[in-house]
Design a protein around this ligand. Structure first.
Ligand code: ATP
Ligand code: MG
Length: 222
């Protein structure tokens, strides 16, 4: 189930802006790819399009050989819930739920929260926040909240993890904790990871880099 983009263009009408131009690339199963480029180069836009959260203006986006635009809303939601995890810079934990309950939220949607509880505890343990299991987000540090958000993205054991500046508001130590989690996931669970980052060191932690400049791919060594 690789992700295949062919001559993808994206423009916004208001004000008229061409954000992505003729993007063709493939994310193979099991890859760990970083998307790198200056602010405004189109990284987030590309991430949203390849992860089905946004639509291309023209061109083709296929997952496992199937055109995403041909999926019904229902199929798309189901596919995302089963196969995709998302981690963004601002992680939108639900403020009234504990760390554990936030992590189990995606499982709850499928009635799987009881089965997944043990895995939630395992993730909390791995991320070094097992002792914070019953805390509300406001009782956690930014780095701890970020790890809860990552655990939530992983609870369904997704095939793909899409992440936009996951270390953006973390200090060096917490940033490295998060990067090590990603490397381990990719290595041990073969999770396919696409990560937007400004940080050249973190970008190099991935096994491949796609460079964007002005909405075009300038390099994507395979
Ligand atoms: N809804 C929109 N309407 C018009 N232009 C937009 C819209 N969303 C994004 N853009 C423009 O598209 C370009 C790419 O935006 P994008 O968010 O993908 O950049 P980025 O590489 O992620 O930048 P950053 O590193 O700052 O997050 C920017 O010039 C931005 O102003
Ligand atoms: Mg961005």
């Amino acid at each position: 189930m690789s992700i295949l983009l062919h001559e993808v263009n994206k423009s916004f009408p208001n004000p008229p802006t061409q954000v992505l131009t003729n993007i063709s690339c493939e994310i193979k199963l099991g890859e760990f790819v970083s998307l790198v480029g200056r602010s405004g180069s189109g990284k987030s836009t590309l991430l949203y399009i390849m992860s089905s959260l946004d639509k291309a203006t023209s061109g083709s986006v296929k997952i496992g050989g199937e055109e995403i635009s041909s999926f019904t809303q229902k199929k798309l939601h189901q596919f995302r819930n089963e196969h995709m995890g998302f981690v963004f810079q601002f992680h939108y934990l639900l403020p009234e739920l504990s760390a554990e309950e936030n992590i189990l939220m995606p499982a709850r949607k499928n009635g799987l929260h009881h089965q997944k509880r043990e895995y939630a505890h395992y993730l909390l343990e791995q991320f070094g926040i097992k002792d914070k299991i019953n805390r509300l987000p406001k009782q956690l540090s930014g780095g701890e909240q970020q790890r809860v958000a990552i655990a939530r993205a992983l609870i369904m054991e997704p095939t793909y993890l899409f992440t936009d500046e996951p270390t953006g508001n973390l200090d060096t130590a917490n940033g490295e904790i998060v990067m090590n989690i990603f490397k381990k996931l990719n290595l041990e669970k073969k999770t396919t990871i696409v990560m937007v980052t400004h940080d050249p060191d973190f970008a190099n932690s991935a096994t491949r880099q796609i460079y964007l400049s002005d909405g075009k791919i300038t390099s994507q060594a395979v």
